[in-house]
Design a protein around this ligand. Structure first.
Ligand SMILES: [Zn+2]
Ligand SMILES: [Zn+2]
Length: 331
């Protein structure tokens, strides 16, 4: 078996380090994949910054598209040569009250790809076969990668936002650029909020069919039925509340956010609500990937070689990228 190359986080706040090591063989119920592409998600930044708990050292990356090159004992339904996706939810306990109630996203003993189990900033990855997702044929490896978290979490957030027509998206990065396309396809109006003064980001949002784009310090031209916050800035929660109609919802889609400042109760009153979205279920994955192929979603990506993972994270931090960054391992 050949050697693997991974980009590994040894300690919080440090750059990822290129490590060459033996390929790990799949255990029972696992598959070994040759990674074809891995998306770069904001959660990876939170892992590097220590804002999301990880088991160090860790290889980040949870938008992994790869081909199965070896299957472990007891694996059914996945065969050598197949292309699959490995998302954030790497495994669950299957027995806790949440797992039994169909809320595996809230499992008490979850395994998270790229945080508590090595992820896809690598040439090879092992994954629990039952948590791998099929990738619709119409998407290339690169196109599919951002669907696996940005798309999936965005989709779950959009479902939580309800059936309303006017949807606001705060933070117009990888997730919003996918959700905007789904919401437009569903016949809704999308209002995009970027960092104040980000004319390029606003033009990008309008190009994707948003009805309006402005700074997060601006009010939309009409009250929103729901707002989804993808940016990690807690100050956006009261800002988004102010933009809602009566009975409207704010959905916080991120895994980490800065503290939410105080705000007048009057802004929440009239049955407005705030909720968060955590992780994903396999059912979300199957539903979203099927939908993504039917829309079809067009992901806008910037590819970098695997050994430039630190540069990709730096671009994400400064908001220099429109769409999603995708890492490509050497072939
Ligand atoms: Zn569980
Ligand atoms: Zn993610």
């Amino acid at each position: 078996m050949s050697r693997a190359v991974v980009m590994q986080l040894d300690a919080v706040g440090q750059p990822l380090r290129r490590v060459e090591r033996d390929v790990t063989m799949p255990g029972p119920g696992e598959v070994l994949l040759r990674v074809a592409a891995c998306g770069v998600c904001r959660t990876d930044l939170h892992v590097v910054d220590g804002e999301v708990m990880a088991s160090l050292p860790i290889v980040p990356g949870h938008e992994v598209v790869g081909r199965v090159i070896c299957v472990g004992d007891g694996v059914t339904g996945v065969a050598v040569g197949e292309r699959v996706g490995v998302p954030w939810l790497g495994a669950t306990c299957g027995v806790c009250s949440y797992c039994r109630a169909g809320q595996e996203n809230l499992c008490d003993k979850p395994v998270f790809t790229g945080a508590t189990r090595d992820g896809g900033y690598a040439t090879h990855i092992t994954a629990v076969a039952r948590f791998c997702l099929p990738i619709p044929e119409r998407f290339s490896d690169v196109e599919a990668a951002p669907l696996l978290c940005a798309g999936l979490i965005g989709y779950r957030s959009l479902v939580m936002a309800g059936e309303g027509h006017a949807i606001g998206l705060y933070g117009f990065g990888a997730a919003a650029h996918i959700v905007a396309q789904v919401a437009r396809w569903q016949g809704r109006s999308v209002f995009a909020f970027t960092r104040p003064g980000d004319g390029e980001g606003q033009a990008f949002a309008l190009h994707l069919g948003c009805s309006w784009a402005g700074g997060s310090d601006q009010m939309p031209p009409e009250p929103l039925d729901a707002a989804i916050i993808f940016a990690a800035d807690g100050a956006l929660v009261p800002a988004a509340l102010k933009a809602l109609r009566k009975g409207g919802r704010v959905v916080c889609a991120g895994i980490h956010m800065s503290d939410i400042p105080g705000f007048p109760y009057a802004d929440l009153w009239e049955e407005r609500s705030i909720r968060s979205v955590a992780n994903l279920t396999r059912a979300d994955g199957l539903a979203f990937l099927d939908l993504a192929a039917r829309v079809p979603i067009r992901t806008i990506t910037t590819c970098l070689p695997l050994d430039q993972a630190n540069e990709a994270l730096a671009h994400l931090r400064t908001g220099a990228l429109h769409g999603a960054a995708v890492l490509l391992p050497p072939s």
